[in-house]
Design a protein around this ligand. Sequence first.
Ligand code: XIL
Length: 366
Amino acid sequence: MTRFALKRRQFLLGIGGLSAALLTGQPLRVEAQQPSLAELAKQRSLLWGAAISTEMLTIPDWAGLYRQQTRLLVPEWEMKWAVLQPDRDRFDFSRPDRLLTFARSYQAQLRGHTLLWHQQLPTWLNNLTATETATALQRYIDTVVGHYRGQLQSWDVINEPIAEDGYGLRPNRWLQQLGPNYLEQALRWARVADAQVPLVINDYGLEPDSPLATRKRQQLLQLVETLRDRDAPLQAIGFQAHLVANPQAPPSFTGFAEFLAELSRFDLDFYITELDVNDRALPANFAERDREVAHLYQRFLTAVLPTPRLKLVTTWGLSDRLSWLNQFAPRADGLPQRPLPFDFNFQPTETYGILVSLLQSQSVSN
Ligand code: XIL
């Protein structure tokens, strides 16, 4: 078992959780009477959800928290290419099918994430010619989108197509082998496989008022213009919104709100797809961290919730018991991050309280 997988399992089995419970004295049971974020969001025509992974279903309190708080799920890793087609002639839908069954068990929806990405690709895709890559890509999209035809809320067709530095498109294998038209082609193949499902391009680092985010927004605008000029099937843009707390320079989002207004001329819906707050730059103290994290959620959502075409918000996880940030951006002090609305023991955090207030507020209307 890899170090990552072992770390992940340790968190899941709650080894850390027992110490956290001793630390906080919190019970391990989920309170039943918390307002549902999804129910509050529904009252303002928003879908509210979270990323989920199959291992979370093995812990009843965790599954119960999703049932209580979400009406939209997105597989954290179970719909990545390496999982769905591990070998060239073998597809395995068992894991996402379990998540789809779980979603349906409480009338929630499931998002498809993600068909094309530069990570979590199967090794058999390496060393293919451009023609073989195109053939493999078309077969993959046709098979996977066809398998879930009519069953998903939407599909992230292309994930993170913009270059890290915001100058141009990301030089991923699709661009290198198929050229810049790969995005339009992938969208068209997905539309052939499912005539109705909303098709989405999803990316990150677009939200803060910063030179890099500004460049990425401009690049995204160019991409949308090109796809619209070519009448490519594209119904929504997904903004991952992996926010980063910075006590020296708290992020603001004025430019993002203006950008959404500019983008709305393209008749697109907007999705906030992977919302969380990276707290690695914040002090260890839980109370200080939770306050800054909650305030960053508040600043971001205050800027975004009024957007007329905003259709959904999903956080990247629901409980701090499992966050990708602990592998992707570990804190220097080794403490687990606290990026989500519920803590390690499924108790509401200060962020949860802020989300309830925002969703109940009439002044922040969408
Ligand atoms: C991450 C998952 O959280 C991890 O479990 C997995 O090992 C790698 O992918 N942006 C995305 C997501 O679009 O697919 C990534 O999810 C996080 C960054």
